[in-house]
Structures are given as C-alpha cells and as structure tokens.
Design a protein around this ligand. Structure first.
Ligand code: SAM
Ligand code: SF4
Ligand code: F3S
Length: 452
C-alpha cells in the first residue's frame, strides 16, 4: 500500500548524532527506496524531509529546531506537498511535545517506531493530521527493514540496541530503551552475506557491545560473536562502544587472536577521577581502567586506544580534572572525543548543583584538547618508515588528487593518486602505503602496491 502512494516521491534525510542514528537512517532510506521514492541531496527538491535527531547534548536539540524551521522557507516541492518527518532520539523523548518548538512537522516517529516510517509518511500525504508514534512496544524491527548502505565496502551492523547503564549524565537509556541483543545467528548470517557481496569492513554497533547477549539466557556473548564474525570472510572488523566495566579477558583474547579484528579499541573513560567516575555511575575506578589498559596492551601491544571524555561534570574540581589529564597522558590516546558536560533534564546529574564558572570549564577543555593532541602526535610517530595497509574511503577534502583511507589502527592515511588514475580504481579497496609523514591527525606517504 505504502509502495504505491509514495511511488516517485523525492526524499532527503539529514542525520545527527551517533552511528546508531546513521544506521537507522540507512534503514529509513532503504524503506523509502523500496516504496519507490528517490533520494535527493537538496531539501528544496524533496517531497519528504526526514531528520534523524540526537539529544545527547543541548546543541543537538537546538540544531534540529533551526533545521525544521528553515524548511518553511523552501520552495514548494515537486508533488506540491512537503512532509517533514522527525525521527530518532528527540522524537522519542518529546513525542507530541516537539510541536511546541517546531510547528511544521507532520510525522514524529520514535526510535522504537522506525519500522512504521513509510506508513506514517504515507498517511501524512493523505490528510493534514499529525502522525505520531513513539510507543516502546511499536511492533516491527529495524533490522528486518530494507537497507540502503552509504558505501559498498563498509557496513554498520547493530548487534544490540538500548542501554542499561544509566550513567548519571546520559539521556540515551531513556530514549533508546533497555538492552536488546540481536540473535547470534542473525548477526553472523548478515555479516556472511555482506562479506559475500564485497563488503570489506564491518563495524559492530551497540551502546555497550561488551554486554552483548546478556539479555538472552545462555546465549553466546561478545567474545564468541567476535570469533564467529572473524570466520565470515570479512576482512576488517571494528566495534563500538565498549564499556570498561564489562570488558572481559575473553574479549581481549578474541581481539588478540582473530586476525580480522582491527587493533583499535574505543574505551570511553569519561573522567580520570575515581570520585567523578562514582558520581557518573560508571562503576569502575581510575585504577580499574588503567589496569584494563595494561591487560589490553599486554595482549595487543600496539593497539590504538581511543576514548570519550566529559569536561565540567557538576562539581568537577581542578584536582579531579588534573587526574583526567594525567590519565590521558598515561594511556597515550590515539584520539579522543572530548565533550563539555551538557545538562540533560531527567537525568540524575541534572539535579547536582554546580557553580563552576563557564570560563574555567572552557579552559579545562582547551588544556585537555592540547594533551590529546600531544598523545595523538606521539602515537602516530611509530608508523614512520612503515608500510601500512589502507582501506581507501575517498580523497582528501582539501585535495582531490590525494587518496584518503584508514589504517588498521583507524588512523587517517593519505597518498597521492597516481597520474592518470581515477578514484574509482581505488575506492573501497586496500592499498599499501609507505608512511613518510606522521602528523597529529593523519599519516601520509606513497603508494606501495596496486589496489586489492
Ligand atoms: N555508550 C557509549 C559509551 O558509553 O561509550 C557512549 C554513547 S554517547 C552517545 C557518546 C558520548 O557522549 C559519551 O561517551 C559521553 O562522553 C558523551 N555524553 C553523553 N551524555 C553527555 C552529556 N550530558 N554531556 C556531555 N557529553 C555527554
Ligand atoms: Fe550513555 Fe553510559 Fe549508556 Fe554510554 S553506557 S549510552 S554513556 S548511559
Ligand atoms: Fe544521540 Fe541518540 Fe545516539 S541521543 S548520540 S543519536 S543514541
């Protein structure tokens, strides 16, 4: 039914937030493609505009309101009527309440209602009502939907949805629900199928992949899943995110022993102060974290460790912050996503009073970024003079003649495209690059092999 009604309509999707949303957007796009819609790159040409939203920090909320409002000034679309649909985490959090901030939205679909997106949009074309679905028990699974992948060589593969951890600052458990693991067989079959059609790299996704399988009695856990995915023939396996409290020795062993698992671990620390970690409800201490890093490095000495860090959690003192700086130096992060604490209504941390001046927090943020720049620079130096296999993902933004891709450790690597060659000969393929330059955020060198 939805198929005929939406046939020939054009759609545009803008995605905010994390890889979960990126993957959900691929499902929405797949569903609309299956209904006969055509994707366009300009919202002005779209009959359907979809926003996949994020509310992890306040800035993401504000951006949505601006984007929705700007749809009002777009020229009329080809079909004469434009349907604006808001999905993702703000839709789940606010439901109908979203209309207080944006009045030109026709469809609101929560994170649990994504399988219903095409019928909601179809209904919105047929009447002038608002179509809203955010029920936690909305039937249908996103992983059963058609899938429009952004690239042919990489796939985001969700292995579980939701989060049970309730870190005190974080809104995610409230908008994504409880942890729900996909079955082992479904994931392994999916990756096997992806490998067969030429996908070179998969990233297994979950808010905490280390608790994979815990919600299914007797089911295989993450270490077993890594080993099974390692047998599918896919060449590169990555995963994110990993909660330190649940990283088990058997997972570290699987990472060390499965050749396709890339030597990169994103292990969000959030703070280097045990006192703040306790306030954050992270359930590990600074010492626990450092001991884990030690265990990982014992098995995989050159692993790239990356992290997330929050600066300015309520009540963070200079001493707490100095502990974060010293931990970052001690670990020697290859990269870190650094965030200024953003108060999220409804989370326990939102009730903690805080009088740290904004300029103190901004100063700490700058000092942290500078330490991470030092550790990232130092981390990259060991690649100098080495030959590194790189999965080519495109060309450098600044120079279309410079290939750009990722090393096993997830470093960005550049090399000049040979004279007369085209990006198409390299895109999604692996080439060896002899590294002669190592900067803070990238390596560069020269091609040392044909693409394979
Ligand atoms: N589940 C992942 C984990 O624990 O590693 C993180 C998912 S969250 C989408 C990504 C990051 O956003 C978190 O690791 C945290 O650093 C940051 N974050 C979450 N809530 C925040 C808040 N209220 N203010 C600032 N940063 C926040
Ligand atoms: Fe948020 Fe913590 Fe869950 Fe990550 S583990 S999504 S930071 S509650
Ligand atoms: Fe944002 Fe939702 Fe992801 S709040 S970070 S899009 S889970």
């Amino acid at each position: 039914m939805a198929m005929r009604a939406l046939q020939g309509k054009t759609y545009f999707i803008r995605t905010f937030g994390c890889q979960m949303n990126l993957h959900d957007a691929e499902r929405v796009s797949g569903e609309l493609d299956a209904c006969g819609c055509l994707s366009v790159s300009d919202p002005a040409e779209a009959d359907i505009v979809v926003f996949m939203t994020c509310c992890v920090r306040e800035a993401a909320d504000q951006r949505l309101y601006g984007q929705c409002n700007s749809c009002k000034s777009l020229p009329a679309p080809p079909s004469g009527k434009r349907v604006v649909a808001v999905g993702g985490c703000i839709a789940q959090r606010d439901g109908e309440g979203l209309l207080v901030n944006v009045d030109n939205v026709n469809v609101i679909f929560g994170t649990h209602a994504i399988a219903h997106v095409s019928e909601l949009i179809e209904a919105a074309f047929e009447d002038d009502e608002r179509h809203i679905l955010t029920a936690e028990d909305a039937s249908g699974s996103a992983t059963a939907m058609p899938w429009h992948r952004a690239t042919s060589y990489h796939a985001w593969v969700p292995i579980m949805t939701g989060c049970n951890n309730f870190c005190s600052y974080c809104i995610v458990p409230y908008v994504r629900g409880r942890e729900k693991s996909r079955t082992f067989e479904e994931i392994v079959d999916e990756v096997t199928g992806l490998a067969r059609i030429g996908v070179r790299e998969v990233t297994l996704l979950g808010q905490n992949v280390n608790s994979y399988g815990r919600d299914r009695y007797g089911a295989p856990r993450f270490a077993e899943l890594l080993r099974a995915v390692g047998e599918t023939g896919v060449e590169r396996i990555r995963f994110t995110s990993s909660h330190p409290k649940d990283l088990l020795p058997e997972t570290i062993a699987a990472m060390a022993e499965v050749p396709a698992v890339m030597p990169h671990l994103h292990l969000a620390v959030q703070s280097g102060s045990t006192r703040i970690l306790h306030e954050m409800n992270r359930r590990y201490t600074r010492e626990d974290y450092l001991s884990l890093v030690h265990q990982v490095r014992e098995r995989i000495p050159e692993i790239a460790l990356t992290t997330d860090i929050i600066v300015g959690f309520p009540g963070e003192t200079e001493e707490d912050f100095l502990e974060t700086l010293s931990l970052a130096r001690e670990v020697g992060y290859a990269q870190a996503f650094t965030f200024i604490y953003s108060r999220r209504e409804g989370t326990p941390a939102a009730r903690i009073p805080d009088d740290t001046p904004r300029e103190v927090i901004l100063d700490r943020f700058d000092r942290l970024v500078s330490v991470i720049e030092d550790t990232a620079f130092a981390f990259n130096q060991v690649e100098l003079g080495r030959r590194v296999p790189v999965l080519v993902e495109g060309t450098s933004k600044k120079n279309p003649h410079m290939l750009q891709g990722k090393s096993p450790k997830n470093q960005t690597v550049h090399a000049p495209l040979p004279e007369g060659a085209s990006l198409d000969d390299y895109l999604g393929r692996i080439v060896d690059i002899d590294v002669d330059t190592a900067r803070t955020w990238y390596l560069s060198g020269s091609l040392a092999s044909d693409p394979r």
